[in-house]
Design a protein around this ligand. Structure first.
Ligand SMILES: NC(=O)c1ccc[n+]([C@@H]2O[C@H](COP(=O)([O-])OP(=O)(O)OC[C@H]3O[C@@H](n4cnc5c(N)ncnc54)[C@H](O)[C@@H]3O)[C@@H](O)[C@H]2O)c1
Length: 383
């Protein structure tokens, strides 16, 4: 009995000291969530290494490079919604502050360049996973400035890998690109096909893949490469000449302005809604190493649509019925792109949960929410 009373006193004293220390120094963000999660985990854990609940270690530390960009900012929102800890770096080369403004209070954001090795070392400290999205992500821009693309996409990736290796992060997942396949006639594209990059951008992304695989083979740093096929969705920048084609089509059509197709419009793409790419990244982090590490996976919808067909679908969604303008085909662009996604299905459990048309509807709805008027309403007002 006496020992129980002593134990209660000890407990009360320890709790009081703990609460006093919290008054002196407020806890860091997410402290209480972590506290309760870890208490729950300890309580729920069965034998060592054999947790009773399957979802025991929900919270991990993620570094997203290129967090102010289109895909990076979507990744950040999903991770935060899951209660994970997110750190992000960006130099705003193409990313925008407004992409992360609404979540900035919940992020550890650092304005930094991939080329700054010290900053990358600090960014990687304490991270479990690195989702490497930062790049100059544009074929035409790489044609205009191959040195700039190479610096960001190759030198920058190498810096990050050195920092991740030395900080002992668990795994690095890389935003690779379907452009690595180039203009090989075989469709659908599968990962065993030889690479045949055309543009400097495609070469730089393939070099990134090779560096990731090298760091796995030589240093044992776990790496996974995800070859994205034309990702689209909310927060894709429609205002730059280098933007994704769907962001430009949708915003033009919503404004009642004619969209421009470069080429005859018969080139095809495997357009992929951004939520699918986000899910693939999260699966790539947690899939057992034997199935994922050192590999390259296609991440796409597995659906082929020409630009002319895409415009026709968008007419139905946006209400735009005006003409379409055709311009000269762009240097470095490929004719057809369509993915075999069976490897990612088999090893990562990847399933594109949002289809092409559903993704277009969601994207149009998002641009409308941002204030882009429907084509019909715009022409109504201008009458
Ligand atoms: N969007 C697609 O369809 C697609 C397809 C294939 C691959 N990818 C790859 O996915 C990644 C993300 O693409 P996105 O569409 O979100 O592009 P994005 O331009 O919106 O995002 C890239 C981000 O990286 C940042 N960045 C660029 N250089 C940097 C540097 N040196 N240091 C720090 N930050 C830097 C930019 O400011 C930007 O915020 C890129 O690596 C791209 O190559 C995208």
């Amino acid at each position: 009995m006496q020992s129980k009373v002593a134990l209660l006193w000890c407990n009360a004293a320890a709790t009081s000291l703990f609460l006093l220390s919290l008054r002196a120094k407020p806890p860091p963000p997410n402290f209480w969530k972590r506290y309760y999660c870890s208490s729950f985990y300890v309580a729920a854990k069965g034998t060592p290494g054999q947790p009773f609940f399957p979802y025991h270690s929900a919270m991990a530390n993620y570094l997203i490079t290129g967090i102010a960009g289109f895909i990076g900012s979507n990744l950040a929102r999903t991770l935060l919604a899951r209660g994970e800890n997110v750190r992000g770096i960006d130099n705003f080369a193409t990313g925008k502050r407004e992409n992360i403004a609404e979540i900035s209070g919940r992020l550890d954001f650092r304005e930094a360049d991939l080329l700054d090795l010290d900053a990358m070392r600090q960014a990687c400290q304490g991270m479990d996973y690195v989702l490497h999205q930062a790049a100059i992500a544009s074929v035409p821009r790489s044609v205009a400035d191959p040195l700039g693309s190479n610096r960001a996409n190759v030198d920058g990736t190498l810096n990050l890998l050195v920092a991740a290796r030395d900080a002992k992060v668990k795994r690095v997942v890389f935003a690779a690109s379907s452009s690595a396949y180039g203009d090989t006639p075989t469709l659908p594209k599968h990962e065993e096909m030889p690479a045949n990059p055309i543009s400097p951008y495609a070469v730089s992304k393939l070099a990134g893949e090779l560096y990731l695989q090298s760091f796995w083979r030589v240093y044992g740093l776990e790496t996974v490469c995800l070859r994205y096929f034309n990702i689209f969705g909310p927060r894709q920048d429609p205002n730059s000449p280098y933007s994704g084609v769907l962001a430009r089509f949708i915003t033009s059509m919503l404004r009642g302005e004619q969209p421009t197709i470069f080429g005859d419009g018969e080139q095809s793409r495997d357009f992929t809604y951004v939520d699918n790419a986000v899910a693939a990244n999260l699966q790539a982090c947690t899939t057992p190493a034997a199935q994922a590490v050192g590999r390259v996976f296609n991440i796409a919808t597995g659906h082929q649509a020409t630009l002319n067909q895409t415009v026709a679908v968008l007419r139905g969604i946006t209400g735009y019925q005006g003409p379409v303008q055709y311009g000269a085909a762009r240097a470095g662009d490929i004719k057809h792109s369509f993915a075999d996604i069976s490897l990612a299905q088999k090893h990562l459990g990847y399933r594109p949960s949002v289809g092409f048309e559903d993704g277009l509807k969601r994207t149009v709805a998002w641009y409308q929410e941002q204030g882009a008027p429907m084509a019909a309403q715009a022409s109504e007002r201008s009458r």
